[in-house]
Design a protein around this ligand. Structure first.
Ligand code: GLY
Length: 368
């Protein structure tokens, strides 16, 4: 690898795995699979989309073939609207044609949509074959690829169909970010800021001291590696303590409750997921200042960091009844109670489901 790889261990009780981070790592994926315990000769279905498969598919296949594997590449159409059961059927058909066996594996080479779907196809083919995640967007590098959440959308909502299926290895090659549109890079940075606020004060300070956070070509490779490594480490720690989201893992949804409202009411596609999360973090920051005594100073530090990443913090003009209808319809609502992840300090959050409608309404009014 052109930059020294770092390795983050995901210490799951049953099947721990590594997140390997290093520039140029894609060309060494074959060696990494051998290190992770896969046998030469194994059949591999690599799933990607044309945006990623065109620049990176050959690099991946060459490395796999060189290491003695037998890979096939399947390109599926790009886009959130492809995240459905018809695409899963396409992946399963390719698995059938390639004669994948229980000892075979699938590799997801792409962003969150490719990762979630390939993970789900692997979870369900032959009742479960191994999956290796090779995320190529900042968002999927720091979030979706780690932790084993896989699935597809249902006409009734996002990610309603799915399974927990942990990867055997996550390989992050930051060089793949060079072809990522800058807007998507910035949106991914929202999730990095999320990790800093929920559990990593030193990362928050590191990010705050950087002069450049929005343009990947101006961020030094070792700085980017550190950002990826720290984010992966926070996610690994949380997932290891609460793999199935019975408590702590919910903190990964910081900024997502209000973010989901923005995504839903403004139309998916108008705001990228990370852009909506950035607004959601600023909004819940205001709520935390109003009713939970979060310091105004910390809330402003968070806002400044979001702005430095080239993201907006501006709450859009929304009808308040629609906001509450959307909050109630969120799949994470339990017994009619809306759950918020509330910051108490930079690096420390708590889960609250007792916040009153008047309090939410009053803080949202302050934002508009
Ligand atoms: N993206 C949130 C989680 O993995 O739990």
């Amino acid at each position: 690898m052109s930059t020294k790889p770092s390795r983050v261990y995901v210490p799951l009780e049953k099947e721990p795995y590594e997140v390997v981070i290093g520039g140029g790592g894609l060309s060494l994926i074959g060696d990494e699979l051998i290190k992770a315990g896969f046998k030469k000769g194994s059949k591999i279905l690599v799933v990607s989309n044309p945006d990623v498969g065109t620049p990176y598919g050959d690099i991946c296949l060459e490395s796999l073939t060189k290491s003695g594997f037998s890979p096939t590449l399947l390109l599926i159409k790009a886009g959130e609207d492809q995240k459905n059961n018809s695409t899963i059927e396409l992946i399963h058909n390719a698995a059938f044609t390639a004669k994948l066996e229980r000892s075979s594996l699938m590799i997801a080479l792409g962003g969150g949509v490719v990762g979630d779907m390939t993970g789900f196809a692997a979870a369900t083919w032959l009742r479960g074959i191994p999956i290796v995640q090779v995320p190529t967007t900042l968002l999927s590098m720091v979030d979706a690829a780690i932790g084993g959440k896989t699935g597809v959308n249902h006409p009734g909502g996002k990610n309603l169909i799915g399974a927990f299926h942990q990867p055997k290895l996550v390989l992050i090659d930051p060089n793949t970010l060079t072809t990522l549109p800058q807007r998507e890079f910035r949106a991914g940075m929202a999730e990095v800021i999320k990790y800093a606020v929920i559990g990593d004060l030193p990362l928050f300070e590191f990010l705050s001291n950087l002069t450049e956070l929005s343009n990947p070509s101006k961020i030094e490779p070792d700085v980017l590696n550190k950002i990826l490594e720290r984010s992966a480490a926070t996610k690994a720690k949380i997932v290891a303590r609460d793999e199935r989201e019975s408590g702590l893992r919910a903190t990964l949804n910081y900024g997502h409750t209000f973010g989901h409202v923005v995504e839903t009411l403004c139309g998916y596609g108008n705001y990228l997921h990370g852009e909506a999360v950035a607004i959601g973090m600023a909004a819940v920051g205001e709520l935390a200042v109003e009713i939970c005594n979060w310091s105004r100073e910390d809330s402003e530090r968070q806002r400044n960091l979001i702005l430095k990443a080239g993201l907006s913090t501006k709450w859009p003009k929304l009808n308040i009844e629609d906001v509450f209808k959307t909050l109630q319809a969120d799949k994470k609502v339990k017994g009619g109670k809306i759950r918020f992840i509330i910051p108490r300090a930079i690096g420390k959050v708590e889960i609250r489901n007792d916040i009153k409608r008047e309090e939410i309404e009053s803080s949202l009014k302050k934002l508009t």
